[in-house]
Design a protein around this ligand. Structure first.
Ligand SMILES: Cc1cc2nc3c(=O)[nH]c(=O)nc-3n(C[C@H](O)[C@H](O)[C@H](O)COP(=O)(O)OP(=O)(O)OC[C@H]3O[C@@H](n4cnc5c(N)ncnc54)[C@H](O)[C@@H]3O)c2cc1C
Length: 317
């Protein structure tokens, strides 16, 4: 590992690796620092991504790492603890004690899914506790699905899963009563609504068999869908004064940025789930590629300005 890079990419998921690919192909010196915990790690395959449908998440990223290294970028397995400094001279400190310098920083550390505190939920996450009809809806089609409400998106989620199975139950889980319009839509689509707090998931032979309510009732289900609150994983940006803010969608907290990934701190860019909470793998990769290209253009402009300033004065100038 060198000590100074044009760009340090923090996070080596789809967004980070695609950003690094664009930068390395532009002959930029790039270091990717990756803690190795992509959000979809518990899933068996990446779905809905053209040309890669069903590929295991780890395999996709291993291929991406090979591609990035082919152009000379370095990838290190570590966690970034702090980023300090300013545009042109950031200091990025890793958990192994090393500190490297970077002219620009691309943040692609994804997000944390904050699951409701319901027994069994975390252990089954990404297997038979799911959140996204496009990621794993096809895989759970025609099964008895229980949607556990955690907020205002529950009715929408129940209607989306109803597209995949005609046996959907919405557990209100002590959320407020439904507006009449919502209740009518659910009834018209044959979705049963169950009131009362959800206490846990009943697991037998390593699969969900029922959703247990606080009053002891067990409602037979083999799949649970839940809308987790999401939060960008960026504690290391604190020293730069860059904190996540609530996203207008109500989905959670993200790092605000413009459409190409530029944040309010000059020289710090962001792509993927850390800023776009609803991005799937393809969208995260595309955003990483966009940010990588834009960072290169930003450096090109800086270098052109510096070259003009460094030119010897010409006759008559
Ligand atoms: C269960 C589940 C299944 C999913 N299935 C699909 C699917 O089928 N199809 C699909 O398109 N999408 C799917 N998704 C969504 C998908 O996971 C995201 O779209 C994608 O992971 C976003 O990519 P990213 O690069 O932004 O973040 P991530 O893939 O989460 O990558 C971020 C990387 O940054 C690293 N990191 C975090 N903090 C630090 C730090 N401080 N220092 C260094 N590294 C750090 C992490 O360890 C991780 O490796 C699924 C999500 C979940 C939860």
């Amino acid at each position: 590992m060198d000590n100074a890079y044009d760009v340090v990419v923090v996070g080596g998921g789809a967004a980070g690796l695609n950003g690094a690919l664009m930068l390395a192909r532009s002959r930029r010196s790039v270091l990717v620092v990756d803690a190795g915990q992509p959000r979809n790690a518990p899933a068996e395959g990446v779905h809905g991504m053209l040309g890669h449908d069903g590929v295991p998440p780890a395999e996709l990223l291993a291929r991406g790492r090979d591609e990035v290294r082919r152009y000379g970028a370095e990838i290190v397995d570590a966690t970034v603890e702090t980023v300090t400094g300013k545009e042109g001279s950031f200091a990025v400190t890793l958990d192994d004690g090393r500190t490297v310098e970077a002219r620009r920083v691309l943040v692609t550390t994804g997000l944390v899914d904050e699951l409701p505190d319901i027994e069994g939920m975390r252990a089954r996450w990404g297997r038979d506790v799911v959140h996204c009809p496009y990621c794993h809806g096809w895989e759970v089609r025609d099964q008895p699905i229980g949607v556990v409400a955690t907020g205002s998106m529950a009715v929408h989620q129940a209607l989306l899963f109803r597209q995949l199975s005609d046996d959907v139950v919405l557990f209100l889980n002590d959320q407020p009563d439904l507006p009449d319009d919502d209740a009518e839509q659910l009834a018209a689509r044959g979705i049963t609504v169950v009131t009362g707090a959800v206490a846990g998931l009943q697991i037998e032979d390593d699969q969900i068999t029922a959703v247990r309510l606080a009053d002891g009732t067990a409602v037979a289900r083999s799949v649970v869908a839940v809308g987790a609150r999401t939060a960008a994983r960026v504690p290391f940006l604190e020293h730069l004064g860059l904190s996540p803010v609530e996203h207008a969608s109500g989905m959670g907290a993200h790092v605000a940025a413009d459409e190409v990934g530029r944040t309010e701190v000059p020289g710090v860019w962001v792509a993927g789930n850390a800023t776009d909470l609803s991005a799937q793998v393809g969208a995260a990769a595309a955003a990483g590629a966009m940010a990588g290209g834009q960072i290169n253009a930003d450096l090109v402009a800086e270098e052109a300005r510096a070259a003009v300033e460094a030119r010897p004065l010409r006759m008559g100038a």
